[in-house]
Design a protein around this ligand. Sequence first.
Ligand SMILES: Nc1ncnc2c1ncn2[C@@H]1O[C@H](COP(=O)(O)OP(=O)(O)OP(=O)(O)O)[C@@H](O)[C@H]1O
Length: 387
Amino acid sequence: MRSFRSIHGLGSVTPGRRDVTRDRAAIDPSRGPLLSADAHLSCSENATVRPERSPVSSVTASDGSSARGRDAAVSVTGLSKRFGDGADAITAVDDVTFEVEPGSIVGLLGPNGAGKTTLIKSILGMVLPDDGTVEIRGIDVYDRPREAYASVDAMLEGARNDYWRLTVRENLRYFATISGVDPNSVRDRHDRLLEQLGLAEKADVPVRDLSRGMKQKVSLASVLAGGAEVVFLDEPTLGLDVESSRTLQTELRRLVETEELTVILSSHNMDVVEAVCDRVLIVSEGQIIADDTVESLLAGAGLHCIQITSADLDAELVSTVQSQFETSSADARDRGYQLEVTTDSDGLYELLDELRTHDVSLDRIRTVEPDLEDVFVDLTTADRGNR
Ligand SMILES: Nc1ncnc2c1ncn2[C@@H]1O[C@H](COP(=O)(O)OP(=O)(O)OP(=O)(O)O)[C@@H](O)[C@H]1O
């Protein structure tokens, strides 16, 4: 939710790429993808949020895990994936490096085609990267895939392959079993998941008889059924109603805080990302262009969302403003218009100058706190402009 405040402290926009230290290691393509698209993964983990990332280094310990990766639930270094050859080649993931602290939720945000899904699939071994390393809890996924993925599970593209003829509870028991967990030992966990996700009354109903939103919840419950420590969720709230989406967010936070679950979540729903994620990675054209906490992204963007109300504004002037400034809303009033424009300090003065040249006098001007969507649009637009 946005909040209003008076205009003050106009800062400058500071978009641009963050520097990351890279520690690359080649992947042997002859090994082939680690998991097929249909493979079941079993995963999870959690701890207190530590926004400061540990320095990137690659010291190998006697158990084969690196010092950097041991502290991180997921550690990705110099990961790249290209599709095609020559002039038609697409670099979907371009030298990506990041870590995910245990016990945190990290959001992956990016425009369509930015490379989020390819990044997640490369981490999960469902797509074979061209370069880079991935460690899960300090274990290299290419050297010791079985061990590395033992605590990992995933829900990709908003769903997973639940068994539609099985009941909801049978699905949870099935996925717990193939995660190597005795389903009887996690019955309480399943009860709680069913309760929290509003599925308790449907526990004995075959999944095929559920609504789309309910099926989505079963997918999520199945991912969490085996006690995975690291979970990858691609669009987990797709198709859920507002209440179900909120319940799911609450449940994710609870699992992170009480069971040390680690979540890597990709979504186009900014409200979900803003509400649940400790940290956000913004992906643009295969690269990470921002990696920070939601609070820091909001505070550091130097953006101002200006709400202007004027009886002098007409449709033509509104269209002029819209063509020059990022205008999130333009509402006609009894007389004039109310506009909401997102801009930096320079843009604000340009906007006021523009209005002045058209003899527009303002009845009211307020700033609105920018939200994650404003920051996202600003950073990705600036990134595209810089390329
Ligand atoms: N199997 C493939 N073969 C060729 N190109 C691919 C393949 N998979 C993805 N791409 C391309 O790689 C780029 C990144 O795609 P990807 O699906 O990872 O993006 P995304 O950020 O997940 O997008 P969306 O938000 O639309 O799901 C796109 O240009 C896409 O067309």
